[in-house]
Design a protein around this ligand. Structure first.
Ligand SMILES: NC(=O)C1=CN([C@@H]2O[C@H](COP(=O)(O)OP(=O)(O)OC[C@H]3O[C@@H](n4cnc5c(N)ncnc54)[C@H](O)[C@@H]3O)[C@@H](O)[C@H]2O)[C@@H](O)CC1
Ligand SMILES: Nc1ncnc2c1ncn2[C@@H]1O[C@H](COP(=O)(O)OP(=O)(O)O)[C@@H](O)[C@H]1O
Ligand SMILES: [K+]
Length: 503
């Protein structure tokens, strides 16, 4: 599923109207119809008390269609207008006229003190938010701020149409306040703001409704739209595991990780790789970690950092960096030099990224794929910008880094973005605070290494890894509470999740 900015949505809308034979009035009818159908099928009970709050733009116009359709089907539905009908323009005005013809004067204007509105909202079981959509510009006016506050104060189940009012559709910022939706029915495509900044906190559960907008025209219009990773894509990306496969078939991961301070990073990364199907895992690390691995995970092969410079192993994929620390810069830089020259897929994570900053040109020249996995702090370091600057432009900086290093980039965050060297982007729509603790990134690197070792192509491996990692963590969180998921529990859950997604 493609993700659009507000501007891209407007262009696709215009294209649909120009070349698809649909006019704006019809598109709004389709949109309102799609939402009312979704509401009836998924949400509303027959005794529901529904209030629809409409603004003066086209988001409000959708609301008039929804109100008419619900009333036609006998639902108890009240319509509130934020502004006098004479302020309505274009197709929103036309749809209000149609509504009024069918249900004459069966609407109310939000009064000055908002007493009527507050009382109605207080008695409602559902509030349908059609105040503002993709047309929000700048800071909210005080009046809209007060309206949104009233909606949020009510205990009713809040459903946003297209997006929660007050949220900026493109950048995910909430300049003042936004409707805190339990659910969002978005039209034609989810908006980039759903996955950036404060967006994820207010959109609730979101569903995209097809309203005949020609999204497929994006390429013709020169748009480079990111896509959302979904269940189907994950299932198709999991490497095939033949029943007669032996350890050689399932790949050899070489993980270079850990230091006396960061023991867990090496332990978790190598275990995540081994426990998600990789045939052989070799861990090159420091002596303190050898003891931990020997007692806890004897299935993992062990070598020392000094050996890494000398002994070629049989790996078909290399991961460099988790818990490396910066205490042995000469040795670690030399190891990165050596492995950069090898013709294997190479994942560079954590402190490995610090060493990568000195090797941009060599990394760029590699013929085998390179995958960089920065969190926001590491992205800021790699691009020599502040964390705020990179976080304010997540899609943009991920593309920039991919181009600079001619690499795949997995940009971690609440909504992780993955980018191919050619700029193609995918976004992971799931994951929560269960993952917000040290060690979960090391587990992700282990899983990613394992999938590559088992034969996945880089993009598929990244798609599967971020999604399975997030889904597994949410499941553990549901069982244990998000406060106490351990890296071991996450590793155990990865293999189970992979099993659930296998075709
Ligand atoms: N995606 C699509 O293809 C379609 C979109 N439609 C709807 O059209 C919406 C976009 O319509 P519009 O462009 O008219 O925009 P909106 O309805 O989102 O917003 C425009 C209104 O918001 C007010 N406004 C803007 N900034 C404000 C601020 N800071 N404080 C207070 N008020 C502010 C404007 O005065 C105007 O009344 C979409 O969100 C969607 O709901 C549908 O009607 C049909 C098709
Ligand atoms: N609130 C959250 N929602 C979704 N994913 C999260 C959240 N917090 C952390 N994560 C994920 O957890 C992982 C943390 O990785 P990282 O910061 O490298 O940690 P570490 O290096 O300690 O293992 C990343 O994959 C990140 O996307
Ligand atoms: K809305």
């Amino acid at each position: 599923m493609y993700i659009c900015t507000a501007q891209q949505m407007r262009e696709l809308d215009a294209y649909t109207i120009e070349y698809g034979g649909l006019n704006e009035l019809l598109l709004m009818e389709i949109a309102g119809n799609a939402v009312s159908h979704a509401l009836i099928h998924n949400d509303l009970t027959r005794d529901a008390i529904i209030t629809i709050v409409c603004g003066a733009g086209n988001n409000g116009g959708d609301g008039f269609v929804i109100a008419r359709r619900l009333k036609e089907m006998g639902y108890n539905c009240s319509l509130f207008l934020a502004y006098e009908p004479q302020h309505l323009k274009g197709v929103a005005a036309q749809h209000f006229t149609i509504y009024n013809k069918n249900f004459p004067n069966d609407w109310q204007l939000c009064d000055q003190q908002l007493t009527r509105l507050k009382q109605q909202l207080g008695e409602s079981t559902y509030i349908i938010d059609c105040l503002l959509g993709t047309g929000l510009e700048g800071e909210l006016r005080l009046y809209e701020e007060t309206l949104i506050q009233c909606i949020n104060d009510a205990t009713a189940y809040k459903i946003a149409v297209d997006l929660p009012s007050g949220l900026h559709a493109t950048n995910g910022r909430i300049p003042t306040i936004a409707v805190h939706a339990k659910k969002t029915y978005t039209l034609a495509a989810p908006k980039t703001g759903f996955f950036l900044q404060q967006g994820p906190a207010v959109i609730g559960e979101w569903h995209c409704l097809n309203i005949s907008v020609k999204i497929a025209a994006h390429a013709k219009l020169g748009m480079d739209l990111p896509q959302v990773i979904d269940d189907k894509l994950v299932s198709s990306g999991i490497p095939y595991r033949p029943a007669d496969g032996h350890k050689g078939v399932f790949g050899y991961s070489w993980i270079i990780a850990g230091s006396s301070k960061y023991i867990g990073a090496a332990v978790f990364c190598s275990n995540a790789a081994f426990q998600t199907g990789c045939g052989i895992v070799e861990l090159t690390t420091t002596s303190a970690i050898h003891i931990a691995i020997a007692s806890q995970s004897p299935d993992i092969l062990l070598t020392s950092y000094d050996e890494a410079l000398e002994i070629p192993n049989k790996a078909n994929v290399i991961a460099f960096g988790p818990g490396l620390g910066r205490e042995k810069p000469t040795l670690h830089q030399a190891i990165l030099q050596k492995i950069t020259a090898l013709n294997h897929p190479l994942i560079i994570d954590a402190d490995g990224l610090y060493y990568a900053t000195n090797m941009q040109e060599q990394l760029k020249k590699r013929s085998a794929p390179t995958i960089l996995t920065p969190h926001p702090g590491e992205m800021a370091m790699l691009l020599k910008r502040s964390i705020d600057e990179v976080e304010n432009n997540r899609f943009g900086v991920a593309k920039e880094l991919a181009k600079r290093y001619d690499a795949f980039v997995l940009y971690k965050g609440h909504r992780t973005i993955i980018t191919a060297p050619n700029g193609q982007q995918w976004l992971c729509p799931i994951g929560d605070d269960a993952l917000g603790r040290g060690g979960t990134g090391d587990v992700l690197t282990g899983l990613l290494t394992s999938l590559l070792a088992q034969g996945s192509q880089p993009m598929a491996a990244m798609q599967v890894a971020v999604y399975i990692h997030a889904a597994a963590a949410s499941e553990v969180g549901k069982r244990t509470g998000n406060y106490k998921m351990t890296a071991w529990q996450l590793i155990d859950a990865l293999a189970i999740k992979l099993g659930q997604y296998i075709r």
